[in-house]
Design a protein around this ligand. Structure first.
Ligand code: ADP
Ligand code: MG
Length: 474
């Protein structure tokens, strides 16, 4: 679908003027990131990369993505409570993938001891692309669902006024008024606040567990601020702090520096490099505690790519969500082809199919954070090397989604202004709270649009490939 500003895309003076306004507006609105050179200081900061113009998103697909979010919340929550499903699904993966295996061991250990936690908080983001068929129709297809440390719910709210300003500078006043308000961090904080309240100790704090490198701190501060606005105390700590100063008291209540912790919100712990032996011990301590973990370790496992692939098998969704045929249908409609590479005849056939036609597929390991997937010739070479080895079971295979590119300008600090062919990925934030067996909150909390140049197969905003965007819904 053509954007209503195609006429100005090649008007260099107008674009230059708009870009200068855009960058200053981004700084004013707080579309911020710390610099690569000084990732842990806020003395000098940059604007977070963003598109000069909003990207067109078809209304039907936008609404479909919102409509299925509560179903995905229910699904993730159901998986997290289904020990047998996780055990069966991850059995082959944990034999070859050490990271997933370690998470899984903690999961089993915690279940064996018995859960001290009775309030559960899920914050996820389901990501999609708009697949373009040969007949030109577009379909909403899920890339993945992130069940831990899903980011940009804060910064994404701040691109809306920036893009409004840009459109006005380009004379597109009517279009500027059509950009939808969006503030996921409010919804995320609402979930955290609900979990904190149900935990039931008014003096307890919310602990953000954060990484060593904190370039994206402003995104997290947006959520923090919403909590402070509700008079909830927030502390920021690392795994190392938990190892050194964390302890469990009566009823396995979690204490940090003498303060009781009601909710642990992970913006950390999703990749192997986040862990050394002490950090694994800290993770175990947190999981054993009564504190509400967002996510608990079972919910983190529910977000693995192996689980995603198993969900696409006929009958799996039905067994996880019994009596919810409509939810199952809405979820299934967003799936593209997903294939298991487990050892055996089925996996052999899939490996051969991918090797014969690598451009049709994406090969994915059990990793998060962008830049890990394999495409094209590299996919073929890697799969040829491991096709007869159990190592192949650490990957899943997925149909490649092919969106229609559109022209835009990607604004990055210290980068020249040039037009690029771009594709976008839409994420919907989901938030839910469960107390024992009863759902207390289940909602969609807002969206995130990220856009990248078509020549990059992989990678998100933090990986330096995609940039923040605002949907122009038509
Ligand atoms: P990660 O956990 O690393 O974010 P993703 O599954 O989200 O892994 O993949 C990373 C990126 O790779 C996505 O943001 C998207 O740009 C691209 N990608 C992933 N799966 C597909 C697919 N099936 N078709 C096209 N691009 C994909
Ligand atoms: Mg992703």
């Amino acid at each position: 679908m053509a954007a209503p500003w195609e006429d100005v895309l090649r008007d260099t003076p107008a674009i230059r003027e708009a870009a200068a306004v855009a960058v200053d507006a981004a700084l004013l609105e707080g579309v911020l990131m710390r610099t690569e050179g000084e990732p842990n200081a806020s003395d000098v900061v940059n604007f977070a990369p963003f598109t000069l113009l909003p990207s067109v998103v078809p209304q039907a697909l936008f609404e479909q993505a919102y409509a299925v979010q509560q179903d995905f919340n229910l699904l993730v929550d159901a998986i997290s409570q289904n020990k047998e499903f996780l055990e069966r699904t991850l059995a082959s993966t944990i034999k070859v993938d050490d990271f997933t295996a370690r998470l899984f061991r903690i999961h089993m250990q915690v279940l064996e001891e018995g859960l001290a936690q009775s309030v559960f908080l899920g914050i996820n983001r389901s990501d999609y692309m708009f697949d373009c068929g040969v007949d030109g129709t577009t379909a909403l297809k899920q890339i993945e669902i992130n069940t831990i440390a899903a980011s940009f719910g804060g910064l994404t709210s701040r691109t809306v006024p920036v893009h409004q300003r840009v459109l006005k500078v380009l004379g597109k006043f009517k279009e500027a008024s059509k950009l939808l308000p969006n503030n996921p961090s409010k919804g995320l904080a609402l979930g955290i606040a609900k979990a904190w309240e149900l935990y039931g100790s008014p003096s307890a704090v919310v602990m953000f567990l954060v990484e060593k490198v904190q370039r994206n701190i402003f995104d997290q501060r947006c959520v923090e601020n919403e909590l402070w606005n509700r008079n909830i105390r927030v502390i920021r700590r690392r795994f190392r702090d938990v190892f050194e100063k964390g302890s469990l008291g009566e009823g396995r209540r979690l204490y940090m520096d003498g303060q009781e912790v009601a909710v642990v919100y992970y913006r950390e712990g999703y990749v192997p490099k986040n862990y050394d032996q002490q950090n694994w011990e800290a993770r175990l301590l947190l999981e054993r505690s009564r504190a509400v973990k967002c996510p608990d370790i079972a919910t983190q496992l529910a977000g693995t790519k192996k689980v995603q692939q198993e969900l696409s098998r006929p009958g799996t969704l039905e067994s996880l969500l019994p009596g919810r045929a409509e939810a199952v249908a809405r979820i299934r409609a967003t799936f593209t082809g997903l294939y298991s590479l487990d050892m055996g005849a089925e996996g052999d056939k899939i490996a051969a199919m991918a090797i014969a036609d690598p451009d049709r597929f994406v090969l994915k390991p059990q990793r998060e954070g962008g830049g890990n997937n394999l495409y094209g010739e590299e996919l073929r070479q890697v799969l040829e090397k491991i096709r007869d080895s159990p190592e192949r079971t650490s990957y899943i295979l997925m149909d490649k989604i092919k969106p229609q590119p559109a022209l835009n300008y990607l604004l990055r600090a210290h980068s020249p202004l040039q037009v690029s062919e771009c594709i976008s990925e839409l994420g919907i934030f989901g938030v839910y709270v469960r107390q024992d067996k009863g759902m207390v909150m289940n909602r969609a909390a807002g969206h995130l649009l990220r856009t990248k140049a078509v020549e990059h197969a992989d990678g998100g905003v933090a990986a330096g490939v995609a940039v923040l965007d605002t949907p122009y819904v038509v």
